[in-house]
Write a protein that binds this ligand. Structure first.
Ligand SMILES: [Zn+2]
Length: 162
């Protein structure tokens, strides 16, 4: 595997069946980590209908991690009734650290990035314009363009403690 791509589901604080099919790992609003339908290795080579389809134009070699949250999000001032919770965010950061270690990936903007960042780097894919993750409810002052770096700094903290 070459990278982790971080998402939110744009749903409620629990995953639905579609979420389970589209990500390898889901973190619910209480901070529980749930496995998706497909194992990480299903995305080594993506065969139709047999991999976790989480990032248009970037599924191959990508681990999909998603926070179950953000239904009704409009912008940082109107984040909806299902914002990412503090415990959920922290558990997700720890999970990313655990996955980097397990898959022997060096932490960088190439190995851990948000779906939003992937879209910005690949403007000719369907991932362009995706808004996960451009707002972190427990840290509402982090600006859109800084969310990826903020996430990597958090994950670095957990990595150093594994
Ligand atoms: Zn996404």
């Amino acid at each position: 595997m070459k990278r982790i791509i971080l998402h939110w589901t744009a749903g409620k604080h629990k995953p639905n069946q579609i979420d389970i099919e589209h990500y390898h790992f889901l973190v619910d609003g209480e901070g529980n980590v749930l496995n998706g339908k497909f194992p990480v290795e299903a995305n080594e080579i993506c065969r139709p209908g047999r991999y976790a389809m989480h990032t248009g134009g970037g599924n191959t070699g990508s681990i999909g991690v998603s926070m179950c949250a953000m239904l009704g999000f409009i912008d940082s001032k109107r984040a909806g009734n299902y914002p990412v919770t503090a415990v959920q965010f922290e558990r997700t950061m720890k999970l990313c650290a655990e996955l980097l270690k397990k898959y022997k990936l060096e932490l960088s903007p190439e190995t851990l990035l948000t779906h939003y960042e992937f879209g910005q780097k690949h403007k000719n894919t369907t991932s362009y314009g995706k808004i996960d993750v451009i707002h972190i409810p427990p840290y509402p002052w982090v600006k859109r363009e800084d969310c990826g770096a903020f996430i990597r700094a958090k994950v670095k903290w957990y990595l150093e403690r594994l």
